[in-house]
Design a protein around this ligand. Sequence first.
Ligand code: ARG
Length: 458
Amino acid sequence: MWKGRFEKETSKLVQAYGESVSFDWRLFAQDVRGSIAHARGLERAGILTSDERAQIEKGLEEIRHEIARGDFEFKSALEDVHMNIEAELTRRIGPAGAKLHTARSRNDQVATDVRLYCRDSVDQLHVRIRDLQRALVEASERAEGAVVPGYTHLQRGQPVLFAHHLLAYVEMLDRDAARLMDARKRIDVMPLGSGALAGSTIILDREKVAADLGFSGVTQNSMDAVSDRDFVAEVLFTIALCGVHLSRLSEDVILWCSSEFGFVTLSDAHTTGSSLMPQKKNPDVAELTRGKTGRLIGNLVTLLTILKGLPMTYNRDMQEDKEPLFDSIDTLDAALEVFAEMMAGMEVRKERTAAATADPMLLATDLADYLVNHAVPFRQAHEVIGKLVAFSLSEKRGFADLTLAEYQQFSTAFESDVFDCLHVETALAARKATGAPSPKNIAAQLNRWRDELSSAKV
Ligand code: ARG
């Protein structure tokens, strides 16, 4: 492609070192799409005849089909997907093909292709997130009435509906979905026409080319346009954070299916056995997801590190953006898909959640609130209940098994109605502020999510 200036062939080692077609071949559909729009721009500018433009379009479509079918032979000597497609087009149609690269550089070409690829990918991931949200909402519905201890520091805190715990992940995923759509706005700007770095003396109507490619706008600074990979960083960050959310869900699932917790069972279809210990049923999908999240974070750090030392404008370092990008997209896509299936097969063991929630200590805060409602300042109430907890533990009798006289040894504010607040149902029903886990609130939240996630809206 640059033989004019050179006397020697590129060394075989350099070819092997610098080729990217072994991974960037995946941009072929976007590359063909971008080239067709560019050819139409060249035709409008009078550089191509309509016959030449038609030959280019037909040739590119044929190549696209062959690549999709796996019938195309990529050559690493031609470095990347862009040169492979262009060289093959020119081999097939001759002079018209040789005009395609007019007013274009691989720098604005690759930036355009990667943006088109990112746009398609965030749309696909968005669908996957919605599917997992729906699976979690359905799991929440199946968990009807199940109450679990809510934890801080992995120590039992206060009772919550299991649905409330699951819906926390629906919220996190909702922010991930919103972040993808926000990143999409900045992806959706066309760099084509920026040339190598300073545009071109051959003027194409960039806005028309952009409209043809479905871009919402065109970049405003050619130097920025060819060197900007912020949108890749944003996609990688959003993916990494969504991965972190899945990793936290993984950790919860792993705990829940342990014998110690026993809150859920996963389907046989989503667990594995041990080659040695016959009793084992392991939550490998969750463990793998927790592990793969390390890669997602690594890919973000890889890209930021590639970019941080780059002078303006395009530098070949930027070719290294693609492997982390593709890997993160593929990894999250697979994780979301398998998680949706696994959540659909997860069942709550209500006898186990009920046993865990029978722990009377979960109602200690409610007892403190009882005193507050009887005019005791909270700090004082906290101390009174602390002493009561110590007493109950040393007596090995739960709060419900203490007598009113015993209560009154700790505070004269206790009256016989104290026993009314010692029920999980009462404790939950009382938590009725927005965002808190009263059964009424949870029912409303489930309705809201069912509505928001109905196919009409997403
Ligand atoms: N394969 C290259 C990349 O991914 C395409 C752009 C090459 N541009 C260049 N001036 N060598 O970044």
